[in-house]
Design a protein around this ligand. Structure first.
Ligand SMILES: Nc1ncnc2c1ncn2[C@@H]1O[C@H](COP(=O)(O)OP(=O)(O)OP(=O)(O)O)[C@@H](O)[C@H]1O
Ligand SMILES: O=C(O)c1ccc[n+]([C@@H]2O[C@H](COP(=O)([O-])O)[C@@H](O)[C@H]2O)c1
Length: 209
């Protein structure tokens, strides 16, 4: 699972999802837009629209799935609930991975039931340019004894490990920068898929009101 606000989805997300699929030899990557992201302000664009943009971005890419399950729940979109739902779907023995960028990882100790995340899945932290801050004490305690150093070591068990990965392509693209550009009428070409760009421009999304 790769969860996100996806406000909007961009090539940093999509390349990461594809490379996770290859490097970890996964069956599929569920990309799950958060209906109510727990630790940030309400996104500018509705969950349904962010899901539509994600579907357009993924297109027919084999192995990537635009997963609407968080849109079906009310309240904050806690990842522990999403992983529990995936665990129910795939069963106890499936190897389940939650991937997140290093910036999101740095705040993991503030998440809802962070220990439970490790009961339900492995965590894979994707290196992201410009996000090299040190770990807090709370985060260091949370991950103590969990780190492994290869995909093979991670995949021996269904859950509970932590792997930090430098994926082959590191893109310093962020949704914040894309929203800024759109708000000031600057180009976002080549930062996100053309179909996503087209829908955003056609519907005047992220324009300053
Ligand atoms: N360029 C990128 N490379 C690797 N991981 C990324 C990249 N952009 C986002 N991610 C990760 O993807 C997940 C979802 O990201 P999110 O939807 O918040 O996008 P974002 O670009 O970080 O958005 P914003 O700028 O609005 O915070 C997070 O775990 C985030 O760390
Ligand atoms: O479960 C939580 O408490 C929690 C707290 C913060 C973020 N998350 C999830 O982490 C993913 C990235 O979040 P964000 O805000 O960086 O887009 C997204 O799927 C969020 O739902 C989850």
């Amino acid at each position: 699972m790769l969860g996100g606000t996806f406000d909007p989805v961009h090539l940093g997300h999509l390349r990461s999802a594809l490379e996770l699929l290859e490097v970890l030899q996964l069956d599929r990557v569920h990309m799950v837009p958060a209906k109510v992201p727990p630790l940030r302000d309400t996104p500018q664009v509705t969950p349904e629209e962010r899901l539509t943009l994600l579907q357009l971005g993924i297109g027919d890419t084999p192995g990537l799935v635009a997963d609407p399950r968080e849109l079906e729940r009310d309240g904050p979109s806690y990842s522990a609930d999403t992983l529990a739902s995936l665990r129910r779907e795939y069963g106890d023995q499936a190897r389940l991975v939650m991937a997140l960028g290093h910036d999101a990882f740095l705040r993991l100790a503030d998440w809802h039931s962070p220990q439970r995340l490790f009961e339900l899945a492995h965590l894979v932290v994707i290196d992201r340019p410009g996000c090299e801050a040190p770990l807090t004490t709370a985060l260091a305690e949370l991950i103590e004894g969990r780190e492994v150093f290869s995909p093979g070591a991670l995949m021996r068990r269904p859950a509970g490990g932590l792997l930090r990965l430098a994926l082959p392509t590191r893109l310093s693209i962020s949704a914040t920068e894309i929203r800024r550009r759109l708000a000031s009428n600057r180009s976002v070409r080549f930062l996100l898929p053309e179909a996503v760009e087209g829908r955003i421009l056609d519907n005047l999304l992220y324009r300053r009101r």
